[in-house]
Ligand binder design. Structure first.
Ligand code: MN
Length: 296
């Protein structure tokens, strides 16, 4: 989808500067016919819709390392099976907390630096360059608004998580690597906001706001019948969380299939382990990065 929020009409404004031909008499206004034609054309173009609200200004060139890491994150998440043709990762701009960076609408495995666009927190692209944007970009903008501590976000449909989004069984930390899940991940029920016939996508600012509310102060929120969102304080941390959310879901499903009662991490164990792991996120990041970027 090409960005289409809001419409300003430069053509109409230009037409407004042109003498209107409506009241002109033949002879007094030799250019009347052409002017009338131009005015009608301008009005038609306005109805067709051109960009309306002024485009947000750029916060300036981001740190090149941030762009590089964002490209790597796209490749790693794809390489590790967290995202496939769908899913996205974003990072808050280092020069302005009211901007974030994310690729145009495309498969994460194919993202290059040139595909990264800058967005404001209403998820309007500073310069879309005529490219299609993710329908669900509001996930990112609205969470950045609600959570100043969040610096990076991953949205995925990673498969093992889906059963927990539709079941009464909560996704809870089954081992230390997923201790950031704390007391368990909340579930966003889009039906409560979008009604019975939605397409399940977070395609409006209102749905993004509701999702951010469901996330609350947690690290991960599941989306019923859809996927999940992980948030973090850096790109390596959010990739770590997205990966280990999927891994936890797989292991928790395995444990449930064993058929007896399961011992989860206590909230105290989860908090202690999460604190320790927060300092270790660079270790798997470097490994995943080397694997994913091997062909470069
Ligand atoms: Mn989605």
């Amino acid at each position: 989808m090409v960005q289409n929020e809001g419409h300003a009409c430069l053509v109409c404004m230009a037409a407004g500067l042109t003498p209107l031909a409506g009241g002109g008499k033949a002879g007094q206004n030799p250019g009347g016919m052409e002017t009338r034609f131009f005015t009608l054309l301008a009005m038609g173009l306005c109805l067709a819709g051109l960009p309306a609200v002024a485009q947000p200004k750029s916060a300036g060139t981001p740190d090149p390392k941030l762009i590089e890491d964002l490209v790597v994150a796209n490749r790693v998440l794809s390489d590790q099976g967290v995202v496939d043709g769908f899913g996205h990762v974003s990072v808050r701009h280092d020069k302005d907390t009211n901007r974030y960076l994310m690729s145009r609408s495309m498969a994460p495995a194919l993202v290059k630096a040139d595909d990264i666009l800058e967005y404001d927190l209403d998820s309007v692209a500073v310069d879309a360059k005529g490219r299609a944007l993710f329908l669900e970009r509001f996930i990112h903008g609205e969470i950045y608004k609600a959570r100043p501590d969040v610096k990076a976000i991953v949205h995925s449909h990673s498969p093992s998580v889906i059963p927990f989004s539709v079941s009464q069984t909560k996704l809870r930390p089954i081992y230390h690597m997923s201790s950031f899940l704390g007391e368990g991940a909340p579930v966003f029920e889009i039906r409560n906001v979008a009604g019975a016939g939605s397409n399940l996508l977070v395609g409006t600012p209102e749905l993004g706001t509701a999702l951010a509310k469901a996330l609350g102060d947690k690290t991960v929120v599941l989306m019923r019948g859809h996927g999940s969102v992980a948030v973090g304080s850096s790109i390596p941390e959010v990739v770590f969380r997205a990966y280990y959310t999927e891994m936890n879901a797989r292991l928790q499903g395995d444990a449930i299939r064993l058929g007896d009662s399961i011992t989860y991490l206590t909230p105290q164990e989860a908090a202690a382990a999460a604190k320790t792991n927060a300092a270790l996120v660079m270790r798997p990041w470097e490994l995943w990065k080397r694997k994913a970027m091997k062909s470069e």
